[in-house]
Design a protein around this ligand. Structure first.
Ligand SMILES: NC(=O)c1ccc[n+]([C@@H]2O[C@H](COP(=O)([O-])OP(=O)(O)OC[C@H]3O[C@@H](n4cnc5c(N)ncnc54)[C@H](O)[C@@H]3O)[C@@H](O)[C@H]2O)c1
Length: 254
């Protein structure tokens, strides 16, 4: 039996980038998948592709995770797929949207607030919306996507680094509050992935340098994250909660 057979998973920010890789992987593992993203065209196309591939159904719902009404609709749409909501992969974030690097004193309050609204409030709102369903089921898995920048710092993205540090704290807080209801809450902290977004934000040489600073000397690909995310989404991790699993080829040891 596949790891997520009979489960329903929500993947926020699942229309493109690494989120789309999680959505495909969850579907391959047997889950009904709800893709929630601001990007309509790509989200709808991916849901159609997964559905036509056969297996469990997939759907898309346009969602801005920083808006509570959108997130409530997202959970309703997921429950509509197969009656349950078993997994929430909180992946949506402003990452590519950060634009160019800016020192902390050049970031405007509006930019700061928008990053916090999506990357932190969004994670909290999605957990808040899914919690009543998971509590009623007496089980559920929340996987938050953090980042190694929390552990290493990163020049030029102070708001983003702070937002990902908050995701780690929120993961531990939610794990304490939801453990009694059978819900686990963990985070995956990726290293620098050599994807289109990272290459837009950093020059090629910087991405190459990250490869050399790892114990495993190669570029990191989105697929390198799939095992950790599926593990924390599946019953195999039922006695693990409040943890942040670093997946970066051995760059940061904690
Ligand atoms: N790429 C990396 O090197 C890296 C490293 C560490 C952590 N991460 C994290 O992994 C996740 C995915 O990274 P990525 O490289 O695919 O990023 P990305 O910027 O390419 O994709 C982010 C996705 O989130 C969606 N999104 C943005 N704002 C949204 C909102 N308000 N509501 C709903 N969806 C929204 C986007 O449309 C997009 O599909 C992010 O949480 C990112 O912070 C990425």
């Amino acid at each position: 039996m596949s790891a997520l057979e009979g489960k329903t998973a929500i993947v926020t920010g699942g229309a493109a980038g690494i989120g789309a890789v999680y959505a495909r992987a969850a579907h391959d593992a047997g889950a009904c998948v709800l893709i929630a993203d601001v990007m309509c065209q790509q989200g709808e196309a991916l849901a159609a592709e997964l559905t036509s591939a056969g297996g469990a159904p997939a759907a898309f719902v346009q969602t801005d995770v920083s808006r509570e009404e959108d997130v409530v609709r997202m959970v309703e749409a997921a429950a509509h797929l197969d009656g349950t909501v078993d997994v929430l992969i909180n992946n949506a974030a402003i990452y590519q949207g950060l634009g160019k690097k800016k020192s902390f004193d050049e970031i405007t309050p509006e930019e700061w607030d928008r990053v916090m609204a999506v990357n932190v409030r969004g994670v909290w709102l999605c957990a808040k919306a899914v919690a009543p369903v998971m509590r009623a089921q007496g089980r559920g898995k929340i996987v938050n996507i953090a980042s190694v920048v929390d552990h290493m710092g990163a020049a030029g993205f102070a708001h983003y680094v702070a937002s990902k540090a908050a995701v780690g704290g929120l993961t531990r807080a939610l794990a304490r509050e939801l453990g009694g209801d059978g819900v686990t809450v963990n985070a995956v902290a990726p290293g620098l992935v050599a994807n289109e977004s990272s290459l837009q934000l950093n020059d090629r040489a910087y991405v190459g340098m990250a490869s050399q600073s790892r114990a495993l000397h190669r570029e990191m690909a989105p697929r390198d994250l799939v095992g950790a995310v599926l593990f924390l989404s599946s019953p195999a991790s039922d006695f693990i909660t409040g943890q942040t699993l670093i997946v970066d080829g051995g760059g940061v040891f904690r």
